[in-house]
Design a protein around this ligand. Structure first.
Ligand SMILES: *Cc1c(COP(=O)(O)O)cnc(C)c1O
Ligand code: SF4
Length: 473
């Protein structure tokens, strides 16, 4: 493929902004794909804002100083970066500070415990120097469970006795690969479980420059069918950098490798990544992957239906699909952002309209601002079920709500009463031990539990069946 026509019709803003249940935009896409080049979207220059310059954001001018101070306080501890696309096209400034896309990207006062907030606020007010503020922030960060589910210590594979930095192998079929240049994002989500690396707490211990080691590892592990490029966001990498990982992987011609997955939030935070000139090259790279007979799955993160509205994201999705890539979507369930069945139903509907496949609904991890975002398991299951009931079978490819915990991905199947005892029913969608997958198990009913480690086995048992094998959950 040489130059890349992505000739889509301009979508009238009104239709993209109706916010109604009927989503009129996608229907007109098929014809739009055949139009000739030259109808490129105006692509603005990427501009990032963080703690040092967020006061220059034009839309913030009218906001109260107290709110800006909160951002400054909380932003010392939790990651904060936003960009002009998020500001101009995603956030609804009329609804700030409650706006879900604002909450998604801007630090909020209630994300810190009051004592933590007060400590940083006092330092800022007293004009403390940077090292002092940083020391306090680091201490607080360490109290926020920065490495949930044994992320640093577990799952790092080794080859000939050498640990392989930048890789994780937890579930038999899939290896995670963290390319070193892909360990940041176009903007940061305030809920992100990878937050420690964005605030400098872990120095990219995950990242790898070495695709050769990955290839060697895959050669000796033919059971691995999928490689998932993840980050951060690998889509912050230039196409030539990404190609330096992907091309050797294709050329190695590994018989076991069937699928390449790329995790990304760029469709939401910077869809121009797929539409500009470097995006042309990226689409060509995607076509080389699919042309090699391998499946290319883009694991796209969308947290709110509004992220699917801008013309740029719709064009980017359509363009990617033309390469043969399949876009699968996932998101955590987040209080203040999407803890409402109608939002999920709308999100899945829009995704399917645009040709994406709903994949996972996650529970928000027990790290960072977890208390601010978490939804109790029982409530999460209700939201999932109510959303699921509202959509057609084509949207029901989604699975959840699921916790990515140390022993595996655990799905909450619901509540019931067995032999007079109220219980929660659960099962593994993925397990450290593949044999655990899809065995129903039971926990004592607990309306306020938000994570696996808060649950107790039902029927007076002392351990869950999987705990004999991994120690504590
Ligand atoms: C979710 C996940 C995967 C992929 O699991 P699938 O169910 O195949 O999508 C792989 N590795 C880890 C560590 C994961 O959390
Ligand atoms: S895009 Fe993904 S990795 Fe980046 S901040 Fe958001 S959740 Fe974290």
């Amino acid at each position: 493929m040489n130059s890349l026509p992505f000739p889509l019709r301009r979508i009238p803003r009104e239709s993209a902004e109706t916010g109604s249940n009927v989503f009129p935009v996608a229907a007109s896409f098929a014809g739009a794909l055949t139009k000739s080049a030259g109808d490129r979207l105006d692509i603005p220059r990427y501009k990032a804002y963080s703690l040092t310059n967020f006061r220059d954001i034009p839309q913030m001018a009218g906001l109260p100083e107290a709110l800006k101070f909160d951002i400054e306080v909380v932003g010392q501890v939790l990651p904060f970066k936003v960009n002009n696309f998020v500001l101009d096209q995603l956030i609804d400034w009329e609804r700030v500070p409650e706006d879900p896309l604002f909450v998604l990207t801007f630090p909020q006062r209630a994300m810190l415990a009051p004592a933590h907030y007060d400590e940083i606020a006092a330092l800022l007010k007293a004009g403390a120097d940077k090292p002092r503020i940083k020391a306090a922030a680091n201490r607080i960060q360490l109290e926020l469970n920065p490495h949930p589910a044994g992320q640093l210590s577990h799952n790092v594979p080794s080859l000939e006795g050498e640990p392989l930095a930048g890789m994780q192998h937890k579930y038999r079929e899939t290896v995670l690969f963290f390319p070193s240049q892909g360990q940041t994002c176009h903007a940061y989500c305030s809920f992100c479980f990878r937050w420690p690396q964005f605030v400098g707490l872990t120095e990219l211990k995950f990242a790898s420059r070495e695709v050769d080691r990955l290839i060697d590892y895959l050669r000796s592990h033919p059971e691995v069918s999928d490689v998932l490029f993840t980050g951060g966001d690998p889509m912050v990498m230039s196409t030539s950098n990404l190609a330096r990982y992907i091309e050797p992987l294709l050329e190695a011609d590994l018989p076991g490798l069937r699928r390449i997955r790329i995790g990304t939030k760029a469709l939401s935070y910077w869809p121009y990544r797929f539409l500009d000139e470097d995006g042309d090259g990226l689409m060509a790279l995607f076509e080389r992957i699919t042309g090699s007979g391998r499946h290319l799955a883009v694991m796209a993160h969308f947290n709110h239906p509004r992220e699917l509205e801008p013309e740029a994201v719709q064009r980017a999705i359509a363009r990617m699909r033309q390469t043969g890539a399949v876009i699968r979507t996932q998101s955590p369930l987040l209080r203040h952002i999407n803890d409402d069945p109608a939002r999920w139903a709308e999100m899945w509907n829009r995704q399917v309209d645009l040709g994406c496949v709903p994949y996972y609904m996650f529970l928000s991890r027990d790290t960072g601002a977890h208390e601010y975002f978490s939804v109790p398991l029982v409530r999460a299951w209700e939201i999932y079920r109510q959303a699921y009931q509202r959509v057609s079978g084509l949207c029901r490819t989604v699975r959840g709500p699921s916790m990515s915990a140390d022993p595996g991905k655990v799905q909450v199947l619901g509540t019931s009463e067995i032999g007079g005892e109220k219980v929660l029913q659960l099962r593994f969608l993925q397990g450290r031990n593949p044999d655990w997958v899809h065995r129903p198990f039971f926990a004592a009913y607990d309306e306020s539990a938000t994570w696996l480690n808060e649950l107790k086995p039902a029927f007076g048992e002392s351990r869950f069946f999987f705990e004999d094998n991994v120690g504590t959950a």
